[in-house]
Write a protein that binds this ligand. Structure first.
Ligand code: NAD
Length: 337
């Protein structure tokens, strides 16, 4: 079975390539290296003993996408990670986000639509729920108006896939991730944020290693037990494994609908201060941080109801927050040594 992984050299994609190869799939990666490096291939090889096929191309180039599918007509499934993902940048440069996250998706679906049947997995996000009214968040919670062009590309992406699946041989699974963190336990691959990290955990580890002076904690007056925002942090290896399970569900025709949606989280909410505590515990050092005013756009509380993923998909997380944090910290130490 040959699987195309777009964005397969990025953070979540690279961990998924490892899990796919461990399960015996042949993987071909598309990446334009806009947010990753070719060295990731070496990391994947060090873990699995095998380098995936690699096609360096930009999915915004329609003819390149067409040529790829001519060359690799035998692809049995596609896991589509490639996208731009910085929320703040998307506010300043919306067209970059609409071009990269929407055009690329359309070009891939145009090729898959030509096939009698095709299996497609899409990286979506819990941001589609905005501030959900009830916790934990299940898949029936209302999708709220997007708060950024990035968030909007995920909502539009889900709609495009749903519309196309209705009139084609495409079966799809939309995976709504909560907050992926951590690195592979081998520390051969991990997250490589370019510039100032947008997410909490890489900011913490970069502060811990001395690259950043201190972490800003945006608000401690939220209606949560310690006043800081709560999120659902999921180990990237657990998340990667969910993609393999979802793919097998499509390949084995176990899906109940042409498009299915699953939340991927741990089901446990952790506050910013709890995440800092986890870091201090695994690193044995104090973290420099400062409480500052709330930041616009942050929701108070978001954690997943994992019932559907557990019972229908047959997947659940295995790692704790501390294990994920420990892997993130080891990875930070390795890349700075
Ligand atoms: N990391 C998160 O917190 C998070 C949360 C929810 C959803 N997601 C989604 O998951 C997916 C993967 O996220 P990630 O954290 O691994 O991001 P990432 O930036 O590490 O990986 C994305 C990869 O796609 C590549 N890419 C981007 N545009 C491309 C193009 N036009 N052509 C070819 N390759 C291209 C990049 O070079 C990169 O290697 C994205 O769709 C993202 O929106 C991520």
């Amino acid at each position: 079975m040959k699987i195309l992984v777009t964005g397969g050299l990025g953070f979540i994609g690279s961990h998924t390539v490892v899990e796919l190869q461990n399960e015996g799939f042949e993987v071909v990666v598309i990446d334009n290296l806009s947010n990753s490096s070719e060295d990731v291939l070496k990391g994947i090889e060090a873990i699995t003993g095998k380098k995936p096929l690699f096609e360096k191309l930009d999915l915004r180039e329609k003819s390149a996408v067409q040529d790829f599918f001519k060359k690799h007509a035998d692809v049995n499934g596609v896991i589509h990670f490639a996208a731009s993902k910085a929320v703040g940048e998307s506010v300043g440069n919306p067209l970059l986000y609409y071009e990269n996250n929407i055009n690329a998706l359309v070009y891939i679906l145009q090729e898959l639509e030509k096939k009698q049947e095709a299996n497609f997995i899409f990286s979506s996000s819990c941001t589609v729920y905005g501030q959900a009214e009830t916790m934990p968040i299940n898949e029936d919670s209302a999708v709220q108006p997007a708060m950024s062009p990035y968030g909007n590309t995920k909502q539009i992406g889900e709609e495009i896939i749903t519309d196309v699946a209705k009139v084609s041989g495409i079966n799809a699974i939309l995976l709504r991730y909560f907050n992926p963190i951590g690195a592979h336990p081998s520390v051969e691959i991990g997250e490589l944020p370019i510039g100032v990290p947008q997410n909490l955990v890489p900011f913490i580890t970069q502060t811990g290693i001395g690259l950043r002076k201190e972490l800003m904690v945006y608000g401690n007056d939220y209606p949560t037990p310690d006043g800081t925002c709560i999120r659902d942090y999921i180990h990237v290896v657990d998340l990667a494994k969910a993609h393999v399970v979802a793919l097998q569900r499509l390949l084995n025709k176990k899906n109940q609908d042409k498009v299915e949606t699953f939340n991927l989280g741990t089901g446990v909410g952790s506050s910013v201060l709890e995440v800092i505590n986890a870091f201090e515990k695994v690193s044995g050092q104090k973290l420099a941080y400062q409480i500052v005013d709330r930041r616009e756009g942050d929701v108070t509380l978001a954690y997943a109801d994992t019932t559907k993923a557990n019972e229908v998909l047959g997947w659940k997380t295995q790692s704790t927050l501390e294990q994920a944090m420990e892997s993130a910290w080891k990875w930070e130490q390795k890349i700075r040594s």
